[in-house]
Design a protein around this ligand. Structure first.
Ligand code: SF4
Ligand code: SF4
Length: 249
């Protein structure tokens, strides 16, 4: 991995910067968090800017420099967060959580595990226009869609993405459970409520947040990851493992 002398995306004083790096002969990226006030929204904006400005090598479709014209990811499992759902409910005009999930999501309950993802059929995600191979809600697309780039990335960059998605998924399950009352049962596509009685999902750093600019990275990241992201250069574990991380989402 080589990050020396790299240009970065993000204006001077940006709270998150994306740095190009080379691993295994390919162009990928690293993430540095410059401010204790950096938010998930800053991270998403920095990555979207990087897609426009950096020469990232697309490993899943080597002819492409961007996602335009490719819908491979839109045909796979797509986890969603509480904030994704709030944004998409605004975009679609759907005001009721269970009606939104019933129409656009897939809720699978297995014992005490709840998995809420975007609904998809043989043609892909519920928001994919299969003829145009484009997202119908592109400006409101979920965190997982905005932050997956099929190129090499450092371990700390991958860990940040994972923790943001996982924490937001937990908050969505909390919301999903909290909407149920004596008369209303949570929408479920597969599985049953049987194993969930008395389940209490603790509050998360996403609780009460309606947009990604309200989600502080410092509150979501464990201390070790936070310290790694604040460092000027990737840590020792990244130097040992660079180049091995390019995967489906
Ligand atoms: S990130 Fe996904 S949609 Fe974008 S080019 Fe790669 S495989 Fe295609
Ligand atoms: S929400 Fe849009 S970008 Fe994300 S998987 Fe669905 S169609 Fe693709």
């Amino acid at each position: 991995m080589d990050t020396k002398g790299a240009d970065t995306t993000g204006s001077e004083g940006a709270r998150v910067t994306v740095r190009p790096m080379r691993a295994g002969g390919e162009n990928g990226y690293d993430i540095v968090v410059n401010s204790q006030w950096a938010t998930a929204g800053d991270y998403i904006e920095a990555l979207n800017q990087a897609v426009l400005e950096l020469p990232l090598d697309r490993g899943r479709d080597r002819g492409l420099r961007s996602c335009r014209g490719c819908d491979l990811c839109c045909r796979e499992r797509l986890p969603i967060t509480s904030v994704d759902v709030r944004i998409l409910m605004d975009a679609t005009g759907e005001r009721d959580l269970y009606r939104f999930l019933g129409r656009y999501a897939q809720v699978v309950v297995n014992g005490r595990t709840v998995d809420i993802t975007m609904a998809r059929d043989a043609e892909g995600c519920a928001f994919l226009d299969p003829r145009m191979r484009q997202c119908r809600e592109y400006d409101s697309r979920p965190l997982a869609c905005q932050t997956f780039i099929c190129c090499p990335l450092t371990r700390r960059a991958e860990s940040l993405r994972d923790i943001l998605i996982n924490t937001g998924e937990d908050e969505l399950v909390r919301w999903w459970l909290s909407e149920a009352d004596g008369e209303r049962r949570p929408v479920i596509h597969e599985g049953s409520l049987a194993g969930l009685s008395g389940m209490d999902v603790p509050a998360t750093p996403y609780s009460g947040r309606e947009g990604y600019h309200q989600v502080l990275l410092k509150e979501v990241c464990p201390a070790e990851l936070w310290n790694e992201l604040r460092a000027e250069r990737p840590g020792e574990r990244d130097r040992r493992k660079a180049g091995s991380r390019r995967r489906g989402r």
